[in-house]
Design a protein around this ligand. Structure first.
Ligand code: ATP
Length: 456
């Protein structure tokens, strides 16, 4: 199995992910996405939008602002309740999330929904050890609000205090009426959004798994009360299929249905889609049935009705909501771990190959002149044509074998080589990353061939 160290090294050396602010010694737990990493992120987002929104008869796209009126976060419960249970080791003064200390001590215990007193008592009763220094003497737990606060405008006063959004969802809820009115959508319908979120996490880490700045892809699916379980199951299956179709192995996925006791107060069903990360199964994607909690809270706070008038039955009600919510960076990590492979070939040599689904591959095609001096003009012309339709990279340095290996390692799905016969036969060789098999394809048929190979 691929280790986290292997992936970190691979990501840095190939140009997928760099340490943030590296030139100045770095800024802890921030990461910059290089040419390949930003392409992978873009392709993940495209694949999500394609299946969750574009090809869905129900869903529309949305893009709300990061900065919002602070009342949004008062209504949503984030100002009063978006807290992590923080504790500190009295010996080494390191800070930890108490719920994480408990699950690391005993994975069968689920402290979701416990009071801070109950968590503290557990730490004491079970003599849970400090992961840093090994002692078991923690300070009482206090609630730590994870929202980043800042000020809007030039005067630093309380009236100007605002927050960086800790999730994208609220921007959708407060626009429910605008979206419904302008699209004239009838229930059920959903709203999809991709955008940055910020959480002042106590214990970020595991590379890009938990960071303070990250991108979320969230869908809020509005439906009639009473139908929510049907839709909850629908989106659970849809989410799982999306992951499997893009190459995640079924054995690396686990659906953790929350028990009734561990549900958040607003939820009547929640499932964590867990992926087998190198440290064990952990949350990749959260799917929650959130009842009418959010719309009701905004209706109460704003004094504006967020009810829906059913055009068929003439009933008025606040819709229920199903929310599948995922972090783009967690998906990047899951896809890289699933795709990374060190293959031993028949001759005993090893090749590094990144078996990303073609939809996700940063480059679909590499165009390679067999001999730089002889074939570069034709190859460049081919690059110009193909790059109008696909993500293409052009590479003319070093021998062809080395170039194939380089493309295999970064996941390029097809290598198109211009050679001695290209001019006379009007064809090129096309090599497949996974099978390494080569075919001769007519240039006139090349675009259709590629399209067919990478279709999603
Ligand atoms: P956790 O319990 O791991 O802190 P959560 O249950 O609070 O996560 P949600 O609020 O449900 O997470 O967020 C939805 C999704 O957003 C998560 O499943 C994850 O993919 C992503 N996400 C949340 N927090 C972070 C983070 N700090 N860094 C990267 N991705 C995150």
């Amino acid at each position: 199995m691929t280790t986290l160290d292997q992936i970190v090294q691979f990501a840095k050396s190939t140009g997928f992910i760099f340490q943030g602010s590296e030139l100045y010694g770095g800024l802890a737990n921030t990461w910059d996405y290089g040419p390949l990493g930003s392409a992978l992120k873009k392709n993940i987002k495209d694949a999500w939008i394609q299946k969750f929104q574009r090809q869905s008869p129900y869903n529309v796209l949305f893009d709300s602002s990061i900065l919002m009126n602070s009342q949004v976060w008062e209504a949503s419960g984030h100002v009063g309740g978006f807290n992590d249970p923080l504790t500190e080791c009295r010996s080494c003064h390191q800070r930890f999330r108490a719920d994480h200390l408990i699950t690391e001590h005993d994975a069968s215990v689920d402290p979701d929904g416990w009071s801070t007193d109950k968590m503290y008592q557990y730490l004491v009763d079970h003599e849970v050890k400090c992961p840093s220094c090994g002692s078991h003497d923690f300070l009482p737990i206090r609630a730590f609000n994870m929202m980043f606060q800042t000020h809007q405008g030039v005067v630093l006063e309380q009236a100007n205090e605002i927050y960086l959004r800790p999730e994208t969802a609220q921007g959708i809820f407060i626009n429910f009426k605008n979206i419904q009115r302008t699209t004239r959508k009838k229930l059920p319908f959903g709203v999809c959004q991709v955008g940055k979120s910020f959480r002042n996490e106590i214990t970020p880490g595991n590379f890009i798994f938990r960071t303070r700045e990250f991108e979320q892809m969230e869908m809020e699916f509005f439906c009639k009360p009473g139908t929510e379980m049907e839709w909850f199951n629908y989106w659970k299956q849809f989410t799982k299929d999306w992951l499997l179709n893009l190459g995640i192995k079924a054995s690396d996925l686990h659906l953790d249905d929350h028990s009734p006791e561990s549900l958040a107060h607003y939820s009547n069903a929640t499932t964590d889609v867990e992926f087998k990360f190198p440290w064990g199964f952990d949350e990749l994607w959260g799917i929650a049935s959130r009842t009418d909690f959010d719309l009701k809270a905004h209706q109460e706070k704003s004094g504006v009705s967020l009810e829906y008038l059913d055009p068929v039955t003439n009933e008025k009600y606040i819709p229920y909501v199903i929310e599948p919510s995922v972090g783009v960076e967690r998906l990047v990590l899951a896809f890289l771990l699933s795709a990374y492979d060190l293959e031993t070939l028949e001759d005993g040599s090893e090749r590094q190959v990144l078996r990303l689904h073609p939809k996700l591959a940063p480059y679909k095609v590499a165009v390679l002149p067999l001999v730089k001096k002889l074939h570069n003009e034709q190859a460049k012309a081919l690059f110009d044509t193909l790059s109008t339709s696909f993500d293409v990279v052009y590479d003319e340095t070093q021998n062809i074998g080395k170039r194939y290996r380089r493309q295999d390692a970064i996941g390029t799905y097809l290598c198109v080589t211009v050679d001695h016969d290209t001019e006379s036969l009007g064809s090129v060789t096309v090599r497949n990353r996974d099978t390494m098999a080569q075919e001769r394809i007519k240039i006139s048929e090349l675009e259709a061939y590629i399209r067919n190979q990478i279709k999603y």
